[in-house]
Design a protein. Structure first.
Length: 314
């Protein structure tokens, strides 16, 4: 959730002697499911990558790291919060199966698992041998090799009711810079294809970051309204909410529940439901709205209920 560029103007100036509840509305940008369809907000994430025996490991590791860092920047403010793990790839194992991903959920303790299969590299095409800027005779020539590759990733959200593994595929090209002597043959250049690990790591991290693009947040402006009465306790809670001090607002609305006035209690419980929804605790939001409806259904209940239901079904 973040503040919209346009906020509804409100004031706590009440009609003299009014005893009915008033409302104020905040236009907020709320996090929606990503373009991939995955709703990652408020969930814990892990990235796992497979390594094949005897194959390059630099690319796979940095691919997964670049992917994780892109998600951390988007969902966790850049804080290191996404675990990155490696697994040895075993012949015949089904890494796209639900059981495989579910086991990784159990092992990691996280809600969502992204599993990168080992990348598949195709035959490299070598460019022309050109003079290099290096002085060493062993690096007098430079060749740029283009290596097409394909990626396959399996994603599983254990919190999603669909309970399915989704597969994502992609193709790209790795540009490898190879230095050699005047006399080096094409076969010798190919043997040095993976020597430049810094170049490989950089491109892999960039590929991982690009792969994360479809999993990043999508933001949508939505209106959220809150109730208040002409009393200090209610207006203090409203001012805290309007200032995004949600914990303070929740504490104040909680203090208003100790009343025999069912109407006021219903309004406070509705406010608690809306605040919990905006803080990402949708289950608790649903429970507070249930209690509000029980004490006396308020006018805005149906609108909030639709938002909560849509969120719970993702």
């Amino acid at each position: 959730m973040k503040r919209s560029s346009i906020l509804a103007v409100w004031a706590l100036a009440l009609v003299a002697g009014a005893c009915s509840p008033q409302t104020f509305t905040m236009n907020l940008e709320t996090r929606q499911p990503s373009l991939s369809g995955f709703d990652l907000g408020g969930k814990s994430l892990s990235v796992v990558y497979l390594e094949e025996a005897g194959k390059d490991t630099v690319f796979a590791k940095n691919l997964a790291t670049g992917f994780a860092e892109a998600l951390e920047k988007d969902y966790f403010g850049g804080r290191q919060a996404v675990g990155v793990y490696k697994m040895d790839k075993k012949p015949g194992a089904d890494y796209a199966s639900r059981d495989t991903l579910l086991n990784l959920v159990m092992d990691s303790g996280d809600d969502v698992i992204f599993l990168f299969d080992a990348p598949t590299f195709q035959e490299a095409s070598l460019g022309e041998k050109n003079p290099s800027s290096l002085q060493s005779p062993d690096s007098a020539r430079v060749v740029v090799a283009k290596v097409p590759y394909s990626l396959r990733m399996y994603a599983y959200d254990s919190m999603n009711k669909a309970d399915t593994v989704r597969t994502f595929v992609g193709n790209s090209t790795l540009n490898q810079v190879i230095f050699g002597s005047e006399k080096m043959t094409e076969a010798q250049y190919r043997r040095h294809l993976w020597d430049n690990t810094v170049n490989t790591a950089s491109q892999a991290a960039d590929a991982g970051s690009r792969s994360a693009a479809k999993f990043k947040s999508v933001w949508k402006e939505e209106a959220f309204s809150f109730y208040y009465y002409d009393s200090t306790a209610w207006t203090d809670a409203a001012e805290a909410a309007y200032s995004f001090q949600w914990k303070k607002a929740v504490d104040k609305w909680m203090s208003l529940l100790n009343t025999k006035n069912y109407e006021k209690r219903a309004y406070a419980e509705y406010n608690l439901a809306a605040a919990c929804f905006l803080m990402g605790d949708v289950e608790l939001a649903s429970q507070w709205l249930d209690q509000s409806d029980k004490d006396g259904k308020v006018y805005l209940s149906d609108s909030l209920r639709r938002k909560i239901t849509a969120k719970l079904q993702r």
